[in-house]
Design a protein around this ligand. Structure first.
Ligand SMILES: *[C@@H]1O[C@H](CO)[C@@H](O)[C@H](O)[C@H]1NC(C)=O
Ligand SMILES: *[C@@H]1O[C@H](CO)[C@@H](O)[C@H](O)[C@H]1NC(C)=O
Ligand SMILES: *[C@@H]1O[C@H](CO)[C@@H](O)[C@H](O)[C@H]1NC(C)=O
Ligand SMILES: *[C@@H]1O[C@H](CO)[C@@H](O)[C@H](O)[C@H]1NC(C)=O
Ligand SMILES: *[C@@H]1O[C@H](CO)[C@@H](O)[C@H](O)[C@H]1NC(C)=O
Length: 409
């Protein structure tokens, strides 16, 4: 009898325990369903949702599961694994400040953590290191510095093509062999929206697309390729390679149609013959080679609208990027040196505002008013005419990132 009683008690105890466990599981899943508004789950959620910068640095004080993928915390295991967004840039000559401002703009607005791949001339490495290490409190990015390298055959020729080292970008799929996807940008890019937004386009690629770029021009009457090119180019007006999203896994796998041999060639094998064939006919270096490649392989290119690569060309002859006026300017591309001269004061004002600000919330909020005043002064210029579009975009991006919980984005 006593033994029987003991068994009953044991069973009751076991039942009670499993009931408790079931309730605790239920509670956890409810909390997570509600966006992690509870105690501990919130810390975990906040540290990666706020992973774009301020939230993580100030909040949980931890880089979250992204930085500790092995952490066995039950709550973080339940969260999606964090994919890092890879951003690459090639900096040579006097491009330090510009590159740093670009990287800063990426960090100010982005949500998911970033991994920077910085290809730079040796004499710039120390300066990059000092500046980026001083941002390490953000805990939302890491970086690698690489020297500029070209295949030993024709190295000199690649190096002097168009601008010094610009053609480095063509070799990124071959150098960064471990990286699946990458956003390449020129140094004169400023992000006015989170990098997450353009990164999400990778998932929109159909099965044959391997890279994404914006058209070189919206208006064929002022297009360069369609009027002057002495080589094939993509589409009606060509594409601009200043902002190039790549699925490098696919680029490395693909065999490319071409006009040099009847067999299809891999990325690593196509570049050299292409340079040999076209070097006397190309003007914009590596961008022209990309245009030739995608002329022959149009099914492989995803073309995104001009607001992802907004250049002075889109406003100096009148406004010709309709999408930007309607939906906003997502990525600004101050080519032809407009951040540093007086030709396009609207572009310059935005560059200086971002260059001057720090990562503090206050600093970012207080960037808008003086910028608006500055931009109003440019209203007599073509690009200044649409200054309200610039202000609207920045206001929205700052609100999204700093004034609302990330969940509502
Ligand atoms: C950056 O972080 C990723 C993910 O945690 C890691 O795989 C990579 O090795 C890191 N890179 C550097 C240079 O620390
Ligand atoms: C280069 O341009 C010249 C002059 O327009 C043209 O005749 C020639 O076919 C071009 N070369 C190639 C490889 O397309
Ligand atoms: C890139 O393409 C590969 C092969 O199709 C695919 O497995 C991978 O998920 C793609 N990457 C992204 C970020 O979509
Ligand atoms: C993918 O999209 C491109 C561009 O719109 C198109 O040319 C290509 O045929 C599409 N591929 C597939 C498999 O649908
Ligand atoms: C940025 O700082 C410079 C001086 O460092 C100043 O001349 C300029 O007016 C500032 N610009 C903006 C937009 O804050």
């Amino acid at each position: 009898m006593r033994r029987y009683l003991r068994v009953v008690v044991l069973c009751l105890a076991c039942g009670f325990c499993s009931l408790l466990y079931a309730f605790s599981q239920l509670a956890v899943s409810l909390e997570e369903g509600a966006g992690g508004s509870g105690g501990k789950p919130q810390a975990a959620a906040a540290s990666w949702l706020g992973g774009g910068g301020r939230g993580a640095a100030r909040g949980a004080g931890s880089a979250g599961p992204a930085a500790h993928p092995g952490r066995s915390d039950r709550y973080s295991l339940k969260l999606q694994p964090i994919e890092r967004m890879h951003l690459a840039v090639v900096a040579c000559g006097e491009r330090l400040e510009e590159t740093v401002t670009m990287l800063k703009s990426a960090l100010i607005f982005s949500i998911k953590p970033l991994q920077f791949h910085i290809f730079a001339e040796d004499q710039l490495h120390d300066s990059f290191k000092v500046i980026l290490d001083s941002w390490s409190f953000l805990q939302t990015f890491n970086y690698s510095l690489y020297p500029i390298t070209f295949p030993s055959e024709n190295a000199a020729e690649w190096k002097k093509l168009f601008k010094p080292c610009a053609s480095q970008r063509l070799f990124l799929p071959l150098i960064l062999k471990e990286v699946d996807s990458l956003l390449y940008v020129d140094t004169d890019i400023l992000f006015l929206r989170p990098v997450d937004d353009i990164w999400s386009l990778l998932k929109k690629f159909n099965s044959t697309q391997i890279a994404a770029m914006a058209p070189e021009h919206e208006e064929p009457r002022i297009g360069w390729y369609n009027r002057f090119a002495r080589h094939p180019y993509y589409g009606k007006t060509g594409v601009n390679s200043g902002v190039m999203l790549m699925n490098m896994t696919r680029m490395r796998r693909k065999y490319f149609k071409n006009d040099m041999t009847t067999v299809r060639l891999r990325w690593g094998d196509i570049l050299m013959p292409l340079l040999k064939k076209y070097k006397l006919n190309i003007t914009w270096g590596d961008q022209d080679l990309l245009n030739i490649i995608f002329f022959h392989n149009p099914e492989s290119l995803f073309v995104f609208p001009c607001q992802w690569n907004y250049r002075p060309d889109h406003c100096i002859y009148g406004s010709n990027c309709q999408e930007a006026e309607e939906e906003g300017i997502f990525i600004l591309h101050g080519n032809r040196g407009v951040y540093h001269d007086d030709k396009q004061p609207a572009f310059r004002a935005i560059y200086e505002a971002l260059r001057n600000c720090s990562f503090e919330d206050d600093s970012i909020h207080s960037l808008l008013k003086p910028l608006e005043l500055e931009l109003q002064k440019t209203v007599h210029t073509y690009c200044g005419k649409i200054y309200k579009v610039f202000i609207k975009q920045l206001t929205k991006s700052i609100q999204d990132r700093y004034d609302r919980p990330p969940k509502e984005r």
